[in-house]
Design a protein around this ligand. Structure first.
Ligand code: PGA
Length: 275
């Protein structure tokens, strides 16, 4: 029975990926699927306890790495409520360890309270708080030097997409990171088209795959073949329990960064999209 099931699985896998090269399917299998929740500035003690309970009780795909981006003030609280196989992430951190920077938190502080990750360069940080490519890259450099893992966000606006500038924009954002990042082991890139964030307008699996494939090509040409093959690239922007499975079939999509739906029980279906 087991052998039959394995053969059927292999056949389905073959059918699914028949259009992709053997190398790209192998590389895909080597990159552990990674799903981040980005709660943004949402939640209170009561609702966070509820979400943490849902996640603790759910049967989550053991092959998927899960990270929760929690508001800084609740990080320790969420860390204590979540099982240890779920990581927690700050949603931002400054570029130095400590000092006179009122209102900021540092990677050292995140590590101190048990967070292993930080989300950097989210489009809301870029657009609302005017963070530049350079500042975000400096934050990435420092967070990595402090031993945190980072989710490095990039993505184009609707205006940029309509002007045919998507590739140029993501290349510029990647270039800024690449100037400061030497070792990509602890980096996950999140491609999040700004027009898809919080709008209910998801990129189609083909649109997302097209940019992810371009990013791999960019990495191969500008960083290395190894990093291009091993770096995980998440898609973000109105991912839901309903659309995650189709997106997850694409060979260059290695997970998701999820805003709105990460606050709901359907986040479990997104985590299990490859199951
Ligand atoms: P969304 O947000 O899933 O609500 O579109 C994604 C994000 O901002 O990371």
């Amino acid at each position: 029975m087991k052998v039959r099931r394995r053969l059927v699985h292999r056949f389905i896998t073959f059918e699914l990926y028949a259009n992709f090269s053997a190398d790209s399917v192998k590389n895909m299998a080597n990159r552990r699927f990674c799903v981040g929740g980005n709660w943004k500035m949402n939640g209170d003690q009561k609702s966070i306890a509820e979400i943490c309970k849902v996640l603790s009780d759910a049967a989550l795909d053991a092959n998927t790495e899960v990270v929760i981006g929690c508001p800084a003030i609740y990080l320790m609280y969420a860390r204590n409520l979540l099982p240890c196989n779920i990581g927690v992430a700050g949603q931002n951190a400054y570029k130095v360890a400590k000092g006179a920077f009122t209102g900021e938190i540092s990677p050292a502080m995140l590590k101190d309270i048990g967070a292993e990750w930080v989300i950097l360069g989210h489009s809301e940080r870029r657009a609302i708080f005017k963070e530049t490519d350079e500042l975000i890259a400096e934050k990435a450099e420092h967070a990595l030097a402090e031993g945190l893992k980072i989710i490095a966000c990039i993505g184009e606006t609707l205006e940029e997409r309509e002007a045919g500038k998507t590739n140029d924009v993501v290349a510029r954002q990647m270039c800024a990171y690449a100037k400061k990042i030497r070792d990509w082991t602890n980096v996950v890139v999140a491609y999040e088209p700004v027009w898809a964030i919080g709008t209910g307008k998801t990129a189609t699996p083909e649109q997302a795959q097209e940019v992810h494939a371009y990013l791999r090509k960019w990495l191969e040409e500008n960083v290395s073949k190894e990093v291009s093959a091993s770096l995980r690239i998440q898609y973000g922007g109105s991912v839901t329990g309903a659309n995650a499975k189709e997106l997850a079939k694409k060979p260059d999509i290695d997970g998701f960064l999820v805003g709105g739906a990460s606050l709901k029980p359907e986040f479990v279906d997104i985590i299990n999209a490859r199951k």
